[in-house]
Structures are given as C-alpha cells and as structure tokens.
Design a binder for this molecule. Structure first.
Ligand SMILES: [Zn+2]
Length: 151
C-alpha cells in the first residue's frame, strides 16, 4: 500500500468502504453465493457477514458459479464456526471487515485535511514547519521533503 495520504489510496479505501457497506445492507434482502470451481469451497454473503464453507468429503451439490437467493432478513453479529456433518463454515460479520477499512479511510482523509490546512498556511505539508522565509522550491529544513504539495 502506498502512503495513506496519497489520493489513490484515499479513494480506494472510500470505494471499498462503500462496496462493503452496500453488500452488508444487501444481505438483509439477498444471499449471494459464489461456488468456487475447485476444492468444494463456497463463499457467500449472508445475514450481515461473509461465510466461507467447505465440504470435507463430497462435493458441493451446485456447480460453480454465482447465485442469489432471497434472505431470511436476520442478521448475525459475531464470528461463528460451525460444522454440520462433513460441512464446515466460518462466519465473519461484515462490521469486522468494515472497521479496519473505515479506520484506514478516516486516517487517510484526516491526513489529507491536515496537509491542506498546512499548505494553506504556508507550512510544510509533511511536518508542519513554517516555510514563510524559505524559497518555495527548496527542501524543508525540518524533514527534508522537496515537494510541498498535497497529493
Ligand atoms: Zn517538513
């Protein structure tokens, strides 16, 4: 990952946040299942979480592909592991996926905001050193960065 302040990273995190949030809400109405074409593994979005399931012996009865079904409308909130017969699965609640994305996204936007304020005040965007008496195309005497622009 590039530095948290870069615009690509900032927007990627924002888009990822939106995709996960929309998926989370979608699981209230739909269950989206993706059966992988190998190893009897399926991944699906259901009841507010991501489930990874595996048949230990026989194959998953469905052929590989993506399927959608209407959901029960229930939400699960906690990590869960279950084993029924030869089928085992792990449930990861969506908020657990969303929390680190939200935290990184918030930090990236926060850093961007801080840099914009520093630039507006004529400070070094990296360390906040007052560049008032320094030529604009010279290195910051405090941290050494050359490029004093917000990315
Ligand atoms: Zn600096």
């Amino acid at each position: 990952m590039k530095s948290l302040g870069s615009s690509g990273c900032r927007w990627s995190l924002t888009i990822l946040f939106l995709i996960v949030t929309i998926s989370w809400f979608a699981t209230k109405y739909w269950c989206i299942c993706w059966v992988l074409p190998y190893k009897h593994v399926a991944i699906w979005l259901e009841e507010g979480g991501i489930v990874v399931g595996e048949h230990l012996r026989e194959e998953i009865s469905r052929t590989a592909g993506v399927f959608a079904e209407t959901a029960s409308g229930d939400f699960e909130w906690w990590l869960d592991y279950s084993k029924v017969g030869s089928f085992r699965s792990i449930f990861v609640p969506m908020w657990l996926v969303l929390a680190p994305i939200a935290a990184c996204g918030f930090m990236a936007w926060w850093k961007h905001g801080v840099q914009r304020v520093r630039m507006a005040r004529g400070w070094c965007v990296n360390c906040g050193y007052d560049r008032a008496n320094i030529e604009s195309n010279s290195r910051c005497p405090e941290c050494g960065i050359m490029d004093n622009s917000v990315k």
